[in-house]
Design a protein around this ligand. Structure first.
Ligand code: ADP
Ligand code: MG
Length: 375
């Protein structure tokens, strides 16, 4: 399918007005497009950067139609929109990302099944729809295992680590309320991710391999380039994924590397991703720029260049409390603040990117700082 190329002054509709929507909007505006955002929260980060704002629930079909009528292309910033409604939108309006990726990926079970069928290595998993099926999991996967809800999880929400019989009660309660997937718990050597963009002409362009550390299951930092030589293997997995799932725009594949060096695909985010934020300063195109180029029907750059190695640190509410006073002395931190009204200790309020010749040294200094040990 081919879609019209957007012309200067035409309008992009974004479903979701969080930080990803905001950074998409900023790239779009840089290129001369108007932006209309739909979000249920009147105080969301995008409210203050969009040309127009539609205040409505994500499943308000009338509002979604209004967005479709007022815009020339629709994109979304997150995967938990209703797949059926997205399908209707896709049939009526210009939605190059389509609904297939959302349909397959918003359910952890179909996500893993699709990956497996595509010949991609995933962590051994099992469907858990009933409490009884937990017994099979213990039998087949053994302790420890991760129990994850099929739908709606992010930043570790809807997940529990089941280490022994003692955690079973909590596991049973989770399965009683929501269908789950159990997954073998791996001792991770490293986590990496690969962000890529697919253009409407099928062009696929990769960002450099990113090395991630999560703390309390929330991304803590990203170091680029990753200090592990797995770019070729990761790109091969991404290629298989793009052959199995229709993508247009920017997406990210998260990988686990276990202690024996095996590479597993953890999950896919069919949208720009937190681990790609460094690209705003560190690459010649950001993941938001290439996303907008793709949905607007333009050609993509033939390659993306890392201009300088980078360390990206997320700024949660507690990190802002600790570090805000230091910002005025550190212009080199490239601080991004999303503009969320309420600061909470574990809420992503912003991020900062440091460009550096020595990622190890910068990383160490930043970790010390974020842990309250100023060195
Ligand atoms: P989310 O959708 O919340 O990002 P993930 O499945 O990516 O959920 O899990 C968040 C983090 O939890 C991962 O990045 C990893 O650090 C840890 N984790 C998740 N599953 C496993 C696993 N099977 N083995 C080891 N660590 C895991
Ligand atoms: Mg994840």
């Amino acid at each position: 399918m081919t879609y019209a190329k957007l012309r200067i002054g035409q309008t992009i509709g974004i479903i979701g007005g969080g930080q990803l929507g905001k950074m998409m909007a900023q790239s779009a505006q840089k290129m001369g497009y108007r932006v209309i955002v739909l979000d249920p929260d009147e105080t969301c980060p995008c409210q203050y950067v969009a040309h127009e704002f539609i205040h409505a629930a994500y499943d308000d079909m009338e509002a979604l139609n209004q967005l479709g009528k007022q815009t020339d292309v629709i994109t979304y910033e997150f995967e938990n929109i209703d797949a059926q409604q997205l399908k209707l939108l896709t049939e009526a309006y210009n939605v190059p990302q389509g609904d297939q990726a959302i349909t397959l990926l918003q359910d952890r079970l179909t996500e893993k099944e699709t990956l497996q069928q595509a010949g991609v290595q995933v962590v051994p998993f099992q469907q858990v729809s009933t409490v009884e099926q937990l017994d099979d999991v213990i039998q087949n996967l053994g302790y420890p295992f991760m129990l994850k809800t099929r739908y709606g999880g992010y930043d570790g929400k809807g997940q529990i680590l089941v280490q022994s019989q003692q955690d079973l009660e909590e596991a049973r309660s989770l399965v009683t309320v929501q269908e789950c997937v159990a997954e073998q718990f791996l001792t991770l050597e490293r986590e990496v991710s690969l962000t890529a963009t697919v253009g409407q002409n099928g062009q696929l362009v990769y960002f450099p391999l990113q090395e991630n550390e999560h703390r309390d299951q929330i991304l803590f930092k990203t170091v680029v380039p990753a200090r592990v030589d797995r770019t070729t293997a990761a790109r091969q997995e991404v290629q298989k994924i793009t052959q199995a799932i229709h993508f247009i725009g920017t997406f990210t594949v998260e990988f686990f590397i276990d202690q024996s060096g095996e590479l597993y695909v953890n999950e896919i985010a069919p949208r720009p991703h937190n681990s790609g934020h460094y690209s705003i300063e560190a690459c010649d195109y950001s993941q938001f720029d290439t996303h907008i180029l793709a949905v607007a029907g333009h050609d993509l750059p033939s390659k993306i260049t890392l201009l300088k190695p980078a360390v990206m640190m997320n700024l949660l509410g507690k990190d802002l409390d600790l570090l805000e006073d230091k910002f005025s002395k550190h212009p080199e931190w490239h601080v991004h603040i999303y503009g969320k009204e309420v600061r909470k200790p574990a809420r992503k309020m912003g991020h900062m990117t440091l460009l550096t010749e020595d990622i190890n040294e910068t990383e160490q200094a930043m970790v010390a700082l974020f842990e309250g040990r100023d060195i």
